[in-house]
Design a protein around this ligand. Structure first.
Ligand SMILES: *[C@@H]1O[C@H](CO)[C@@H](O)[C@H](O)[C@H]1NC(C)=O
Ligand SMILES: *[C@@H]1O[C@H](CO)[C@@H](O)[C@H](O)[C@H]1NC(C)=O
Ligand SMILES: *[C@@H]1O[C@H](CO)[C@@H](O)[C@H](O)[C@H]1NC(C)=O
Ligand SMILES: *[C@@H]1O[C@H](CO)[C@@H](O)[C@H](O)[C@H]1NC(C)=O
Ligand SMILES: *[C@@H]1O[C@H](CO)[C@@H](O)[C@H](O)[C@H]1NC(C)=O
Ligand SMILES: *[C@@H]1O[C@H](CO)[C@@H](O)[C@H](O)[C@H]1NC(C)=O
Ligand SMILES: *[C@@H]1O[C@H](CO)[C@@H](O)[C@H](O)[C@H]1NC(C)=O
Ligand SMILES: *[C@@H]1O[C@H](CO)[C@@H](O)[C@H](O)[C@H]1NC(C)=O
Length: 578
């Protein structure tokens, strides 16, 4: 539904100027009438505001539950990706969950970022949904290479050949995407998204220069960093959760890759330690009776991976085989989600015994999309890659041999066995044109000069940075770097344990810090670290689903239980995004 624009008159001194402010017409969302939906029109090309081409940004809102007079404004949230749907995030339960955490004082609002979901134009790489699905199915889940061979010189020719094969399938996808030349291809980078965010909050508050309240998760922290640099005077309460390194993201992806893996080994060790501590009643991997040459879980997982390299395992209907690439992709996907580790342990234990069924059902559950209409227009499900590429500096000069060497080096230095499942962005971007959007990203340019810190400090609008210590995807190191760029205008609060973003395992202390900041503006005076309040392995946790009911350890008041359960609901909404 188009937005209506209503011109308003403003008197500035003796000059009369006309500014337009969008008036949002909300109506119940089609898929969930308890929420409100609308669409905001914004310029497609901010470099050319007079050009009348528009982008349509859909919004969804979970309304504040307090009386209008007590309402504290709107709180935007973005679930990262890049390219994840904020509308789905709100609809999956994040709206109510975040509202619960903030006592209903805010309208909780999200949007589908440019180019994706129900935004228009879509950043399509193909004409039809059928071609898009075929392309998705055509490239491998990960490069078919094996970590335990990385010090074996005789293995290197096979290694380079497998890398070449993987890279050329990603390259075909990048070529198709560039050739399709969607009008959203070079207008969906972070600089454009934060201008949309500014337009969204102005439209929501019905005023110019409204301030941003924001909970950005994962890649959503890139939008947070770009926003506070672009509009430092418009910072309200901003939370960075699961921090991406904004400086590395402004460089070619070869700079980002080494920063991705810093805590992967810690997370693997957490899995092994927590499983061992839980014992046979809590963790299926412990249930195997003796007769193994090793009971060391880390070694067993490594052996399983190596055996799949030697001989891929046919699935029960014989239609395909689990390869080392499939296994790496599986481990990479689930390592960041500790709430799934109970069922993951069951799947690994079955796989060790030659039973592929549970492994396959988790894997396809993680990748299957609903039935598609082959001839319908593409759905932009591949848009995350080109968006990431255009946020990075050009990398067509990156040679495959450099990627291959870097990958070996990081894997060995960080002792991480499945980096082969994290090479898609680098391969895609190195095969993607060097063309960049006309409005450049600030990246980290005003963070590194302390310019943003000075303005936030002057306005007394500090931000809150939160991270898990063993986050295998967005390492705590990136959160510490962001805090160093904002030394007098931010505080860093961490929680122990694994998981991507702080909400991946509920922590009472951590969620209370977020709540106190949004409601009262409280920031801890010192860096804080909180305990996890949620069990990873326990006999009370269902081991047959990736979304078991959460089990909290400790005794909590009813109010605290609402905070913990709401954290868990927000995370389920996050996890449920494709
Ligand atoms: C080293 O690699 C070669 C070639 O792939 C292989 O034949 C050999 O078994 C490997 N050595 C070890 C110790 O795995
Ligand atoms: C892509 O489309 C834009 C207009 O959206 C046009 O200016 C540009 O020349 C096109 N590029 C290619 C390589 O076709
Ligand atoms: C170990 O294997 C042997 C024979 O292979 C069997 O007799 C014995 O019961 C097994 N022990 C355990 C603890 O499973
Ligand atoms: C398991 O093996 C790994 C690698 O050899 C080692 O680093 C780790 O300490 C072992 N874990 C335990 C619990 O013995
Ligand atoms: C599939 O998409 C085409 C093109 O958009 C449309 O004409 C057709 O009705 C759709 N078919 C179904 C079954 O929805
Ligand atoms: C990785 O590269 C760095 C810098 O080039 C080098 O110092 C280090 O020895 C390499 N590590 C491995 C395990 O190859
Ligand atoms: C709860 O369990 C987690 C592991 O699942 C542990 O790290 C944490 O310390 C425990 N918290 C409390 C309050 O006992
Ligand atoms: C929000 O809190 C209420 C209790 O106050 C609870 O019933 C509801 O399930 C919570 N919603 C979410 C999404 O956690």
């Amino acid at each position: 539904m188009p937005t209506q624009w209503s011109p308003k008159l403003y008197l500035v001194g003796c000059l009369q100027i006309t500014l337009t402010l969008a008036t949002l017409q909300w109506s119940p969302c089609a898929s969930n009438p308890a929420l409100d939906c609308t669409t905001l029109e914004v310029p497609l090309e901010y470099a050319e505001p007079k050009n009348r081409a528009l982008a349509y940004i859909p919004l969804a809102r979970y309304k504040a539950t307090v009386p209008q007079s007590q309402r504290k404004g709107s709180l935007l949230t973005n679930p990262g990706g890049p390219g994840s749907s904020g509308i789905e995030f709100i609809q999956n339960g994040a709206g109510e969950g975040i509202s619960n955490v903030t006592d209903g004082f805010y309208d909780i609002v999200s949007w589908d970022p440019r180019g994706v979901g129900s935004a228009r134009p879509l950043l399509q790489c193909f004409d039809t949904a059928g071609e898009e699905a075929d392309a998705s199915n055509a490239f491998p889940a990960a490069a078919e290479v094996e970590y335990s061979q990385f010090r074996n010189q005789s293995y290197m020719p096979s290694y380079y050949a497998a890398m070449q094969e993987y890279d050329s399938s990603m390259g075909q996808l990048a070529d198709a995407c560039a050739e399709h030349n969607s009008s959203a291809l070079y207008t969906s980078s972070a600089a454009y998204v934060v201008r949309d965010m500014a337009a969204i909050i102005d439209a929501l508050e019905g005023t110019h220069n409204a301030k941003l309240n924001y909970w950005g998760l994962s890649y959503g922290t890139i939008f947070g960093a770009e926003f506070i640099q672009t509009y430092p005077e418009r910072v309200g309460k901003v939370v960075f959760d699961g921090v991406f390194d904004a400086a590395a993201n402004a460089q070619p992806y070869t700079s980002q890759l080494p920063r991705d893996e810093l805590n992967v080994r810690d997370a693997i060790n957490d899995l092994a330690t927590l499983c061992t501590q839980a014992g046979p009643d809590g963790c299926a991997l412990i249930q195997d009776p003796g007769n193994r040459t090793t009971t060391n879980l880390t070694t067993r997982i490594a052996n399983l991976q190596a055996s799949l390299y030697e001989s891929p395992m046919e699935v029960s209907d014989g239609s395909w085989s689990i390869t080392v690439g499939t296994f790496s992709f599986f481990m990479y996907s689930f390592l960041k989600l500790p709430t799934t580790w109970s069922v993951v342990a069951s799947a690994l234990s079955s796989l060790e015994k030659g039973d592929t069924d549970l492994f396959v059902s988790l894997l396809t559950g993680a990748t299957t999309t609903s039935a598609i209409n082959e001839t319908a227009p593409g759905t932009a499900s591949l848009a995350g890659w080109p968006i990431q590429c255009t946020d990075n500096a050009p990398s067509s000069h990156t040679e495959l041999s450099e990627v291959a060497r870097l990958f070996l080096n990081i894997s060995l230095t960080e002792e991480t066995p499945w980096l082969n499942a994290d090479l898609s962005t680098l391969s895609f971007c190195r095969n993607f044109p060097d063309t960049r959007p006309r409005v450049p990203n600030l990246g980290a340019s005003k963070l590194t000069t302390m310019e943003t810190n000075d303005i936030l400090t002057e306005h007394d609008t500090p931000v809150l940075i939160v991270n898990a210590l063993h986050d295998p995807t967005t390492p705590v190191n990136s959160a510490q770097v962001l805090h160093r760029w904002l030394p007098t205008s931010s505080q860093l609060v961490t929680r122990q344990g694994p998981g991507h973003t702080t909400i991946s395992l509920a922590s009472l202390g951590l969620v209370q810090a977020i709540r106190g900041y949004f409601l009262e503006g409280d920031l801890p005076t010192k860096m804080e670290m909180h305990e996890v309040s949620q069990m990873v392995f326990s006999s009370e946790i269902a081991a047959d689903t990736t979304t078991p009911a959460p089990v909290f350890n400790g005794t909590y008041s009813q109010a605290d239980m609402v905070l913990l359960e709401s954290t868990s609901s927000i995370f389920l909404a996050f996890m449920g995004l494709p």
